[in-house]
Design a protein around this ligand. Structure first.
Ligand code: PLP
Length: 445
């Protein structure tokens, strides 16, 4: 017999790719939460996706509850969206000139986001990412008011522009960072961070700084610290207080826009339509392509260049291929699609609740329409970032991995919402239901 061969770990294509990635890409990923840092293990490198399913480097399939972090409302690679992209691509990838599609998309959003005869989207400017949309909206409210300060809420995430990273949700929350290095103190000082759902704190901030506040930016329903809905009357008070002081209100619907309702949160809001000045969109509006937008009151939006003095531009802004994907997605996203997504969310929430109850894990499942998230170790539905953080987050990694082992891919952080799609059919939902009981038991120990 030859020399003893040491036992070998079975080859794992995802782990091998992750190792290779880390040699050339910081942390191996191009967006931090993808690295699985808060749940551990090697991220699944995806090779393709279809409907409710994603497939990893090993060829394993998973029922997907990430949906590209929101955009895939119709499910992955919807044939009509792929066709629209293919057709647009054959005509040219980018022109740097206006196209009819951009006009059509602006008209589509204008017509969709309305209640009776009211629409808040008199004008729409297309950009490439949600970060750009909120960054431009901030510049616009400062340009419109001539004031420097912005109010944001702790745990809300508006992308990664300098002024909006303080106490942000999403990956910033997942990594437990209060802010980002590289943001100069004078820039950070222009952002006042307040607790969410706290009208008294908002009133106090305006009492003290009202004549220097340009605007308030708020997630329409917070979903980047898990889901935290605005309390009854909070948004209405926010708009009133801001407007009384001559400040503008930006409702950030990058995540909720066209996901929870044909008209976004603005169209769905149980409190009725809000008199916000600007709304930002991303994710679903591009159907999985890099497209985002800001829209709102004509007199404010027309301050943008070339009409006004507030500059914004982009080589790829309104990219024709992305616009084609966006138009196809919005045209397909009819009442039936939202009904299916709502029903799928209801089914998963019911099964999740039952599984955790049976396993004896205290929990809450806060919801904003079809968006929901998990709170572990307490049954209190959180109303702000402090309450979100006051949970037993350590229960999540075993839960996550038990789901993954059974072929269900969840967002790899307890601070993220779960995303259903119209492609989550009975087969996909049954697989989620079957996986939940043992994952809940893993969260119990
Ligand atoms: N605003 C909200 C509410 C978001 O959820 C996100 C992304 O998750 C952003 C802004 C930033 O968008 P993007 O990642 O496209 O830059």
């Amino acid at each position: 017999p030859g020399p003893a061969v040491p036992p070998q770990e079975p080859f794992d294509a995802n782990a091998a790719l992750f190792e290779r990635a880390q040699r050339r890409i910081p942390g191996g990923v191009n967006s931090p939460v993808r690295a699985y840092r808060s749940v551990g293990g090697a991220p699944r490198f995806l090779s393709r996706a279809s409907g409710a399913l994603v497939f990893d480097a090993e060829g394993r399939e998973y029922v997907d509850l990430v949906a590209s972090w929101g955009p895939a409302l119709l499910g992955h690679a919807h044939p009509a969206v792929i066709d629209a992209v293919r057709t647009a691509a054959t005509r040219g990838l980018s022109f740097g000139a206006p196209t009819e599609g951009e006009v059509e998309l602006a008209e589509l959003v204008h017509d969709r986001v309305r209640r009776d005869s009211t629409t808040p989207i008199e004008r729409l400017r297309l950009v490439s990412t949600g970060t750009e949309a909120t960054m431009t909206a901030i510049r616009l409210v400062r340009g419109a008011t001539g004031r420097p300060l912005i109010v944001k809420f702790a745990g809300h995430y508006h992308g990664h522009s300098d002024g909006l990273l303080a106490e942000a949700g999403s990956g910033v929350a997942t990594q437990g960072l209060p802010a980002s290095a590289g943001v100069p103190e004078p820039v950070a000082a222009q952002t006042l961070v307040l607790p969410y759902n706290d009208e008294a704190a908002l009133q106090a901030a305006f009492d003290e700084h009202g004549d220097r506040i340009a605007g308030v930016i708020t997630e329409a329903a917070a979903a980047n610290m898990g889901v935290v809905v605005p309390h009854d009357g909070f948004d209405r008070a926010l708009v009133r207080i801001a407007h009384e002081h001559g400040a503008l209100v930006i409702s950030d619907e990058v995540l909720t826009g066209f996901r929870v309702h044909p008209g976004g949160w603005w169209g769905h809001d149980p409190a009725g339509p809000l008199d916000v000045d600007l709304i930002t969109y991303g994710k679903v509006i591009g159907g999985g392509m890099p497209l985002a937008a800001l829209g709102g009151r004509a007199d404010v939006m027309d301050l943008l260049a070339p009409l006004g003095p507030v500059y914004q531009a982009g080589t790829l802004s309104g990219n024709p291929v992305a616009v084609a994907a966006g138009i196809a997605t919005l045209r397909l996203a009819d009442a039936d699609v939202y009904a299916r997504v709502d029903a799928a969310a209801e089914r998963v929430v019911t099964a999740l609740d039952a599984a955790l109850t049976d396993a004896g894990v205290p929990h809450a499942i806060p919801r904003a329409g079809s968006l929901f998230s998990l709170v572990l170790g307490t049954d209190r539905v959180p109303s702000d970032y402090d309450e979100v953080r006051d949970q037993e987050a350590w229960r999540f990694p075993p839960f996550f991995h038990a789901m993954l082992e059974q072929g269900v891919s969840l967002p790899p952080s307890v601070f993220e919402a779960w995303f259903l799609t119209a492609a989550h059919d009975d087969a996909a939902l049954s697989r989620i239901e079957a996986a939940l009981p043992s994952a809940a038991r893993a969260a119990a120990s």
